[in-house]
Ligand binder design. Sequence first.
Ligand SMILES: [Zn+2]
Length: 312
Amino acid sequence: MNIAIDFGGTTIKIGLVHEGKVHALRTLPAHSSKGLIPRLPAVAAAVRELLACHRLSIADCEGIGIATPGLVDTVNRTIVSINDKYSDAVGFSFQSWIADTFQLPFVMENDARSALIGETAYGVAQRETDAVLMTFGTGIGTAAMMNGKILHGRHYQAGILGGHFSTDIHGSLCNCGNIGCLEAQAGHWALNQAARRHPQYSQSRLSQLTQLSYLAVLEEALSGDQAATDLLEHLSSHWIAGIVNLIHAYDPEVVILSGGLMKSKDHIVPLLSERVCKNAWTPWGKVRIAVAEDPDASVLLGVSRLLSEHTA
Ligand SMILES: [Zn+2]
């Protein structure tokens, strides 16, 4: 049995994984604006409770796989850099925490890379060797696999900065320091700012919502609200540019879309796929667009897979 922990920005997910299946799952609120390190005692307690519920102990486990946002040094098993939330975890020794708390082998990886490993090993892109993933959460995470190898790059940045490819050189300042990043134009955290720029925003039903979400924009657009319709078109254009950038950069056979936005896949995917195929330069044929069936599971399955390779 492997223990897999996904430190998401909103929820921390803990899974017991065996042979490509999540056998048990527990979630904790992340409170990520207060940092990652203060949550570790609760995470350790939740792991022990979950094991006890299934009549297991630490000794029954092969090891622990940890997925986090940000740039992860997979060799030294630390977070090198992270945007905004969990910034206290940069440079933190997960090795010491694991040694003090569990005394088990462990691996660490970026969450989007973990999801791509999960999807190509067990999910919608099984047996694919050339794939990219784009996941729509608070930000927009990406990862890339070429010739069966997950890209890391010299500084652990390769493949995962697709949310920070510029899609508008005259666009907004991103919290990464760059101008007009996909995330700053069409990420969930930038939604309010994007909506407020619309000249009819104050007459739109969007202005009456306390919490703007992708789902709310879609629902209001479907009900005929003009500002929401225009905002959805703005968002789609940036998402499409982002996906085409990934295709041009990494030459995949398949693009996997994941994250909360895919709860509305019946509306969103047709909106994106036709224009992606039309805009992308792929003389060899058409890139397949696939939607992750269980985004939470794919991160846990991915880090568990890495752990199994590490301990084999
Ligand atoms: Zn950026």
